[in-house]
Design a protein around this ligand. Sequence first.
Ligand code: ZN
Ligand code: ZN
Length: 80
Amino acid sequence: MEWCTLCNGINDEVLLCPACDGIMQDQGRIYDFYENYSPYMDIDLVKLEDGDPNSSKKNECVHLFKCSSCGVDIQKKIPI
Ligand SMILES: [Zn+2]
Ligand SMILES: [Zn+2]
């Protein structure tokens, strides 16, 4: 299991909420929320993708961000 810069705490990039421009807070890597699933959760990951069905195979870490203002949450892929 590899870790991205966010997991390692060396990425202080601030993400702004697409809905209200509030500060999005990192909730951690999304795999932690699905730990009961197998690692081969490509079907679920494809929904997060930008149309490339193979992109879940790349080395990247998917994090869940939640807006501190309006509570909206988004998933963002962090390259490893
Ligand atoms: Zn990560
Ligand atoms: Zn918001």
